[in-house]
Design a protein around this ligand. Structure first.
Ligand SMILES: [Zn+2]
Length: 416
């Protein structure tokens, strides 16, 4: 409605102007020597307007003709881009359908039309990967990484490739570059931590580790790698603080304190570790400075005072009592251990040893046989075992050499 009114107003104005021009009085004259042209003023105005319109139209036509090749180029480019888009979709479908060779051909054609766009480069890399052409994939990923807008995509591809060929040094460098591009990518942090584990760079793995990581074992592993004694000592302390039930850290921290001239503090750490999770190695370290067998019995009592009924405490007291010739005490502990239902083979081995100590060989034989029958049913003695693959290890180590999992080796015995 508004535009209709506008149109009518313009029409009325034009009409008024035409009427006004038609009503003008006067004449226009052009003289040149003997030549003379004379026309009325309205006719001259109409002529001037007509001339202006014709000139304007002419200029427009010239401009249109001059822009024609450029328009043609743009149209061709748009056409190419549309064709490339179709090629890209076809390549995606081919890749999804498991026809990487066809995807590769489509990508090459689309690249010819639209140039190497990030999408096409990524598809090219994926197609090459599917065809087992790692070199081709690497080339495409490198091209992606060289562009500012797709740098992360390229680095991500190169990282996967480095990991696949277990080139951990390259993987570390690429992952760090990728993290610089995308500092907030959490998965990348986990990836870098994993790469650090693979490189056995425990310090870096620890720095990058998440809250669920086995901190005590990683820290202790980092301590073992640390050449500077003061730093190593601090890492051992941190490992112990992270998990006082982790006996390797308890032993390392206590050993360091003792060597530094604080045997009492060393003993206190062993005591704390034993209270958290009794482990035979802790008992061995605690009793090591004492050679007198009777005094060792007293020390074992001290160590186990907070964990009297724990199977490891009973085993320890039985062992030192037997060594000191206190067979009555040893028997008391071993019978209690057996009755608790937590005796493993070591308990029965001690019972056999006890029978031999108390009886003549003939009298002992029958009793030994009974214990050995029971021992066959008892659980095996605890050991360091990888929680990931189940491989047994003689001692703790940061990395399972059977399955390469870090921080998975744990003691299979009873805990607290
Ligand atoms: Zn393993």
């Amino acid at each position: 409605m508004r535009s209709v009114i506008k149109f009518l107003v313009v029409l009325a104005l034009v009409f008024a102007v035409v009427l006004w021009v038609a009503g003008l009085d006067g004449q226009m004259e052009i003289r040149h020597g003997e030549w003379w042209i004379g026309i009325s003023l309205p006719a001259a105005i109409v002529l001037a307007v007509a001339l202006f319109l014709v000139l304007h139209a002419l200029l427009r036509i010239v401009g249109w003709l001059r822009g024609w090749p450029e328009r043609r180029r743009v149209r061709a480019r748009l056409n190419d881009r549309a064709l490339a888009e179709i090629g890209l979709t076809r390549a995606l479908v081919a890749l999804a359908a498991g026809r990487p060779e066809a995807a590769r051909i489509e990508v090459a054609r689309a690249k010819g039309l639209a140039g190497a766009t990030p999408q096409l480069l990524l598809l090219e890399a994926e197609a090459a990967r599917s065809l087992g052409d790692d070199e081709g994939a690497a080339k495409a990923f490198e091209e992606l990484a060289a562009r500012a807008d797709s740098r992360f995509l390229g680095l991500r591809g190169l990282l996967r490739q480095a990991e696949a060929r277990e080139d951990w040094d390259s993987a570390r460098q690429i992952a760090a570059e990728a993290q610089a591009v995308e500092p907030k990518a959490e998965w990348l942090r986990a990836e870098r931590s994993e790469v650090a584990l693979r490189r056995k760079d425990w310090g870096e793995a620890l720095a990058l580790s998440s809250s669920e990581a086995p901190r005590a074992s990683l820290t202790l592993a980092a301590a073992e790698q640390e050449p500077e004694p003061a730093k190593a000592a601090e890492l051992e302390r941190q490992a112990f603080m992270a998990d006082p039930a982790f006996s390797p850290a308890v032993l390392a921290h206590a050993r360091r304190l003792t060597e530094a001239g604080s045997p009492r503090r060393g003993r206190a750490v062993l005591q704390q570790g034993w209270d958290a999770a009794p482990h035979p190695d802790i008992a061995a370290a605690f009793l090591a400075p004492e050679e007198d067998r009777i005094r060792r019995v007293k020390m074992a009592d001290d160590l186990t005072r907070n964990t009297t009924a724990h199977p490891e405490s009973r085993l320890l007291r039985a062992r030192v009592s037997l060594d000191a010739g206190l067979t009555g005490r040893a028997r008391q502990e071993l019978v209690a251990l057996r009755d608790s239902g937590h005796a493993d083979r070591r308990g029965y081995d001690l019972l056999v040893e006890l029978e031999r100590a108390e009886h003549s060989p003939d009298a002992a034989r029958e009793k030994e046989a009974a214990w050995l029958r029971e021992a066959a049913e008892a659980p095996a003695e605890p050991i360091w075992r990888c929680g990931h693959c189940g491989t047994e290890h003689r001692s703790w180590k940061p990395l399972c050499d059977a399955c390469n999992t870090a921080g998975a080796i744990s003691w299979s015995g009873a805990g607290r």
